[in-house]
Design a protein around this ligand. Structure first.
Ligand code: PD2
Ligand code: ZN
Length: 290
């Protein structure tokens, strides 16, 4: 199969080459962020040779030739290998718990404080409604057995609390708030789940054209856990074999530069086994959401 470069890795290698980094330094840097040495040697060997052609892990499927890559958020992440494992945003310490490069997934600790989580839940409770999903044909919304939760949403300037949370989310994701959809709050009771899906709008669906009118494609998602369920409710990424524990204040970010399963961002919320689960989801668009 033809091997496809990831633009993110390509950019990084090109920058290092431009700065005059030696192949050995670049290989060591790649290994220090979790790449296999054999893979790093293959990538750098080719990049520093004549072809400058990059390989990615061979378990990536080919990107479709006709799908252009969108620019996606690259979150504010301290390089864990450097010893730093937290960032400070507006005076608030946010931890970097997981930093996966392919696909781009970051798990943050303490994105929101316990008080902020409680306040968001309290503001949401009186206005919860059964969650709907996007109808793939019309672009409208409908009830769906795959999403057995209830929810509500808040516009960016709904309250000083929302403004402060939104500002932090925009800083951590390094993506303008204006490109974000209103913050969605979801509440799951025992047995409720969100079956695996992609958050982008599928190019094959008749309703997608209408949805793209409002700021283009979705390019990234930030799911923040507002409480810690007594049991169950993990967010899972089946194509990567990753399970993220829902812990109050923590958040999982993932980006998808093409609306294609090759993004490997299939994800779902497993059933709540005991207690309840509350999350806040920010979906991010290519352009200003309006
Ligand atoms: O609640 C979750 O873990 C979950 C899983 C999949 C949330 C979403 N998707 C979402 O809000 O897009
Ligand atoms: Zn989702």
């Amino acid at each position: 199969m033809a091997i496809q470069a990831t633009p993110e890795l390509q950019r990084w290698v090109d920058e290092q080459l431009g700065r005059g980094c030696s192949p050995a330094e670049m290989i060591d840097a790649m290994v220090s962020v979790g790449h296999a040495r054999s893979f790093a040697e293959s990538v750098i060997g080719k990049a520093s040779g004549k072809t400058r052609f990059l390989e990615v892990e061979t378990n990536l499927v080919d990107a479709p030739a006709d799908a252009a890559a969108s620019e996606v958020p690259e979150p504010l992440v301290a390089p864990l290998a450097s010893g730093a494992s937290s960032i400070v945003v507006d005076g608030h310490h946010v931890e970097i718990l997981v930093n996966l490069h392919h696909p781009r997934i970051v798990v943050f600790g303490n994105l929101l404080s316990a008080d902020e989580c409680e306040a968001l839940i309290a503001a949401s409770r009186p206005q919860l409604e059964r969650s709907e999903t996007v109808n793939r044909d019309s672009g409208g919304t409908e009830l769906n057995e795959a999403r057995t939760s209830e929810g509500t949403y808040f516009f960016h300037d709904a309250s000083p609390l929302l403004e402060s949370i939104n500002r932090r989310m925009a800083q951590v994701t390094r993506w303008p708030l204006a490109h974000g959809e209103p913050l969605q709050i979801l509440h799951y009771g025992v047995g409720a789940e969100y079956q695996p899906h992609f958050d982008y709008f599928s190019p094959e669906d008749a309703g997608t054209a209408a949805l793209l009118q409002h700021g283009g494609q979705r390019v990234a998602t930030l799911i923040t856990y507002l409480n810690t369920p007594a049991a169950g409710g993990a967010t899972v990424f089946p194509d990567v074999g990753l399970e993220v524990a829902p812990i109050r204040g923590n958040a999982v970010f993932f980006a998808y530069e093409r609306p294609d399963p090759a993004s490997r961002t299939l994800h779902g919320g497993t059933p709540v086994v005991a207690g309840e689960k509350w999350i806040a989801t920010r979906w991010m668009r290519e352009d200003v959401y309006a």
